[in-house]
Design a protein around this ligand. Sequence first.
Ligand SMILES: *[C@@H]1O[C@H](CO)[C@@H](O)[C@H](O)[C@H]1NC(C)=O
Ligand SMILES: *[C@@H]1O[C@H](CO)[C@@H](O)[C@H](O)[C@H]1NC(C)=O
Ligand SMILES: *[C@@H]1O[C@H](CO)[C@@H](O)[C@H](O)[C@H]1NC(C)=O
Ligand SMILES: *[C@@H]1O[C@H](CO)[C@@H](O)[C@H](O)[C@H]1NC(C)=O
Length: 772
Amino acid sequence: MASQYAKHSVLLCFRIVFSCFFLPQIFLFNARLASAQTPAYACASGNYTFCDTSLDVKIRVDDLVKMLTLQEKVANLVDGAAGVSRLGIPKYEWWSEILHGVSNTGPGVHFTSLVPGATSFPQVILTAASFNKSLFEIIGKVVSTEGRAMYNVGLAGLTYWSPNVNIFRDPRWGRGQETPGEDPTLTSNYAAAFVRGLQQRDDGDKDRLKVASCCKHYTAYDLDNWKGIQRYTFNALVTQQDLDDTFQPPFKSCVLDGNVASVMCSYNQVNGKPTCGDPDLLSGIVRGKWNLNGYIVTDCDSLDVIFNNQHYTKTPEETVALTLNAGVDLNCGSFLAKNGESAVNKGLVNESVIDRALTNNFATLMRLGFFDGDPKKQLYGNLGPKDVCTPENQELAREAARQGIVLLKNTAGSLPLSPAVIKSLAVIGPNAQATHTMLGNYEGVPCKYVTPLQGLSASVSTVFQAGCSDVSCATAQVDEAKKIAAAADAVVLVMGSDQSIETEGRDRVNITLPGQQSLLISEVASVSKGPVILVIMSGGGWDVQFAKDSPKITSILWVGFPGEAGGAAIADVIFGLHNPSGRLPMTWYPQSYVDKVSMTDMHMRPDPATGYPGRTYRFYKGQTVYSFGDGLGYSTFTHSLVQAPKVVSVPLEEGHVCRSSSSTCKSIDAVEQSCKNLGFNIQLRVRNVGTMSGSHTVLLFSSPPSVHNAAQKHLLGFQKLHLTPQTEGLVKFNVDVCKHLSMVDELGNRKVAVGEHVLHVGDLKHPLTVRI
Ligand SMILES: *[C@@H]1O[C@H](CO)[C@@H](O)[C@H](O)[C@H]1NC(C)=O
Ligand SMILES: *[C@@H]1O[C@H](CO)[C@@H](O)[C@H](O)[C@H]1NC(C)=O
Ligand SMILES: *[C@@H]1O[C@H](CO)[C@@H](O)[C@H](O)[C@H]1NC(C)=O
Ligand SMILES: *[C@@H]1O[C@H](CO)[C@@H](O)[C@H](O)[C@H]1NC(C)=O
């Protein structure tokens, strides 16, 4: 997304010029602020059937679509939709963003003196590190309330193209920060919870939407621009097995568990076909198998990319036909508005296909109340500027950052710092005064900022040296930094990256800290007399082996891009006002990994023949700097097993091939009747044996028998609980054998392996035999 906007400025200019010619003002103002002739809202007057709220959405949409001319139809298949002024339907800008707060990255959102900012939550990768499903959902709920409030005053849309649920496959990816990390289970859970939080209405009406969410970028999209290889022309070669067990699950969960109202197809090709032109991926899977209730939108502008960058089609009309026939309903961009009519006139696409697309789009708007008359008289109609940046919402932004922050290293006696002991703190580093950097990308304008230095200065007296002029740190000012470090009781170094190092359109080459950052850290640590706390602010992981190994660096915290209240949250953790419980949602590899592995190699599984090491904790067996799930707290928690079966028997139907030859059956299909409702509970007792209250994250992994090239382990589920010192609690996992213990075989079929599966939580291991 935002590619043409950010990267292809030439195309963008073209798009704006074009748009301004046909669709004046669409990029400048929300529909209801636009020209005087534009109706304020649809169905303000007139008694059209499509305005009759007592009728079914389908009847209303059919009525509307059949009244339109081909020109009117085509003009409503793009993000800057023209509306139909003769029927009192205003223009509508479909493109708004709400990744971690209402964002003005797309043209649908504006901040003005009326609403100067919105609550800016941590970038998604940090929120994911909380492993807290209620948090994912409540953030969705809060940001959609702010979005709806801004819509009511003409500053935002109702259709948000968030979240990004692509798998963080390679540590170099600049957009990994936008995602919930490398694990399909975590990402699927995040997707469903965040989407529910965004979309669900407080009146429980499941047919209607508070706002419409969109899961992107479908599919196998996780390379932006690496050594000159661009996402626009990248052909991701993906095996059926990797597609079905790594790249597709978050989208599936988004549609089936989250009931998302939209899926966005990506720029890249998958196995030689542009995703937005692949009928199997769109009509076949998203619309067909998963039964999407909503619209399929292209990235901006994937149609232009297919034609002009990929040269996949010979004419613009052919491009229109390819994508619409594949299942696209809406084009972010203007390509379809420009070429749609001629594609129909040339007989390349039937008008019925245009009608289908339009129906999906209008039905979504109808579920949002767009055709229900005055928004002020609807549910959420009373929301306004007063509901944006409320103290509660801003407090939740701070709470979310605290819950996500990951304590990676903590030598005894280092953290938390006690202000009674530590009277002076040296704060060093190019991110110590971070403001905008804390937001990450797809950001909005925040309510306000608390920088790390401000956060820390609230508790103790601080002295500050940046140490580098920016995060690139071409030349570190080592001497000045050492001087204040040597004089202080403790040192906090706030290092890492910003969007100049990792962002959309910018993948990294190296995963060592930029420039002379490592030198600065080591030099400062060498003269410090007390604790040295390294705070890494970034979206992706780093090879910080030197810091992990250094006895002088006593603590390491990863704080993601922690959002507007990041500095306060960092201080809460450092001074022990919050007991950290975040866990890494992605592997931190050594630099040697990226030296060896091409970013373009999509394989998840290792290949012993070539020495290719595989990707993510599920498949990579080599050394890591830090691993998926790593994270410490200030208390110790112990686990013990209360309940778990040792054997699970899968009953096979009469005549099942494995009944007669059970010894040769290594796995059985996870879709068979025998597999239905086959489940059990696992109960664990968790005890806080430390002296501090805190939350504890329980990650339940399963290692299946090694058949079908299965993952060495996978996350079966996760739970969180809060415990005061010396108390215990129970966590329960409801395990569905076919869902949670299954794997995808080489052909993409879901199977349950027969034999011993090992369940593990921390050091606790429990063998479980699946037999038939
Ligand atoms: C509503 O529409 C019908 C026909 O569609 C028309 O006969 C009637 O006069 C209209 N009523 C009003 C109040 O506009
Ligand atoms: C249009 O629809 C007709 C009738 O269903 C069909 O025969 C024809 O192949 C379609 N044309 C295109 C271009 O899809
Ligand atoms: C990456 O690191 C290597 C050494 O490992 C260095 O030679 C190269 O200049 C670095 N490249 C970038 C883009 O920083
Ligand atoms: C999960 O997040 C919610 C919302 O912030 C919070 O109330 C709850 O305590 C968190 N759960 C745990 C176990 O920390």
